[in-house]
Design a protein around this ligand. Structure first.
Ligand code: C2E
Ligand code: MG
Ligand code: MG
Length: 462
């Protein structure tokens, strides 16, 4: 039939055109997704600056691209917490934006600016521009004029640590640590100044660096482990649940949270640690139950940084599901912070946790800046009275009165109350008449390894 081949060709061409359009559409969509993902990963929402994660990822390429020696400046706004307290977080956020813009302006010729977190920034700039501290002075001067926001005139100052990156093979965290140490030195010398990293700071650096490395390696090689401290019912002293507590076993020794958490927070490693703890703890709880340990709940400590981490909820959901657990078996413990900036976000976060069915506890209750604000704003399940109130309470009338008041407070808010740090029989007896729900402390049990948990509590018939 005449004309048929033409028709086939036409159909074929049409199919090819549709396929091509589809291909273009999909690859455009993919590119958009990748761009969005990169923005989330590398761009700071508040200031529009790149995050340190970007610098970490491309550190060596960036150093090489300068094609000359580079200095790293760790910029820390002085007294930022006070501005937060005085003016509230909206104005404090605006201050951070303005500070970021000023830093950006100082660097517009050659430098790069990154936001580490909160009031901390990093700058990379050619070392030769800082002959006779010319660049350092420009940094200081950038803050000379007050920032004017909502009728407030606020004069910011910054403490800056400078580290001259000796060669482009230097490791990112090594360099970061040295510049940060120098910024601490600038603060120590009275703030509003630039301090250079010097060999005197080296010994501090060595210790810090070793700890930093231990944490990094623990994350990478899964060298963390958890211990479990029994929580007992006050009425009969029987174990009802556990609190998971983190430790690191490195080559030399066992590290406890007091060594770990501070560093991990400073170097933005808490999200990884918390994720690890959630996954491990859920697995541990499932294991205890499979061995017949009569456990009602497991408490997990998390960093208050998770409040701003949208992925945290799904991490918990996935860990619960993977181990066949009910949300109500987990208690999430927050430590009270002194950060009023986070109160609103915290309330949302807590209600999201509770919407999933999880229980929430305020840890170290009574030591934070805003205990009462937290009670009035958040629907929580438990308060854990800080151990400083409990230690030696048999000989401390003031603390006896304080704890009695906290028990009444918990009753009137219908919260359960846990006391921590019961070490001696005398302390237990001093409190024994109070209607407390749960307790933890060396008097009952120390933190135990999983093996000990099973030995002590497992039902042999399971
Ligand atoms: P916390 O949540 O208040 O945990 C209680 C701490 O008190 C634990 O110390 C526990 O070993 C200790 N303790 C319990 N009973 C007694 C007692 O009778 N006397 C004395 N002197 N101490 C007692 P640990 O394990 O060193 O943990 C310290 C803090 O580190 C925890 O305080 C918690 O805020 C944080 N932490 C622990 N594990 C994790 C974790 O996995 N993730 C996060 N984000 N933080 C954690
Ligand atoms: Mg705790
Ligand atoms: Mg506590």
């Amino acid at each position: 039939m005449p004309g048929m081949p033409d028709l086939y060709l036409l159909i074929l061409a049409a199919i090819l055109a549709v396929a091509l359009l589809l291909h273009i559409g999909v690859s455009l969509y993919r590119q958009r997704l990748i761009r969005r993902y990169r923005r989330l990963l590398y761009e700071d929402d508040l200031t529009g600056l790149r995050k340190t994660t970007y610098l970490e990822r491309y550190f060596h390429d960036i150093l090489v691209s300068f094609d000359r020696d580079v200095s790293l400046y760790y910029v820390n706004i002085d007294n930022f917490k006070n501005y937060n307290d005085l003016f509230g977080h909206r104005i404090a956020n605006e201050l951070l934006k303005r500070a970021a813009a000023r830093l950006h302006a100082v660097c517009k010729q050659h430098g790069h600016v990154y936001r580490v977190h909160s009031d901390r920034f990093l700058i990379l700039n050619p070392t030769e521009e800082d002959q006779e501290e010319a660049f350092s002075r420009r940094l200081q001067h950038a803050f000379r004029d007050p920032v004017s926001i909502n009728g407030h005139e606020i004069r910011l100052t910054v403490s800056v640590g400078r580290y001259d990156v000796a060669d482009d093979q230097s490791r990112f965290y090594d360099v970061l640590l040295r510049s940060e140490l120098a910024s601490h030195e600038a603060k120590r010398r009275g703030k509003d100044r630039v301090a250079r990293y010097s060999s005197e700071l080296k010994h501090v650096s060595q210790d810090s660096f070793e700890m930093f490395q231990a944490i990094r390696e623990a994350i990478e090689k899964q060298r963390f482990h958890l211990e479990f401290q029994p929580t007992v019912s006050w009425a009969d002293g029987k174990m009802r649940g556990f609190e998971a507590l983190i430790r690191i076993h490195d080559k030399h020794r066992l590290h406890f949270p007091q060594d770990i958490i501070g560093y991990a927070e400073r170097y933005n490693m808490m999200e990884e640690i918390d994720r690890y703890v959630v996954e491990r703890a859920c697995k541990a709880l499932a294991h205890m139950k499979s061995k017949g340990v009569p456990v009602d709940f497991l408490s997990i400590n998390i960093s208050s940084k998770e409040i701003h981490n949208p992925e945290f909820l799904s991490t918990i959901e996935a860990a619960l599901k993977a181990n066949g657990l009910e949300a109500g078996e987990l208690i999430i413990e927050f430590t009270e912070t002194n950060d009023p900036e986070g109160l609103e976000a915290e309330a949302t976060f807590i209600s999201n946790l509770r919407a999933l069915g999880l229980k929430v506890a305020i840890d170290d209750f009574g030591t934070g800046y805003s205990s009462m604000v937290r009670l009035s704003r958040n629907v929580i399940d438990h308060i854990k009275v800080d151990q400083t109130f409990i230690r030696d309470i048999a000989n401390n009338k003031t603390n006896q009165r304080l704890v009695t008041s906290m028990v009444k407070l918990a009753e009137s808010f219908e919260l359960s109350l846990v006391i921590e740090g019961v070490e001696k029989r005398a302390d237990y007896e001093a409190l024994s008449d109070l209607p407390i729900d749960y307790a933890q402390g060396y008097y009952f049990y120390k933190p135990l390894t999983m093996q000990k948990v099973i030995e002590t509590f497992a039902d042999e018939t399971s």
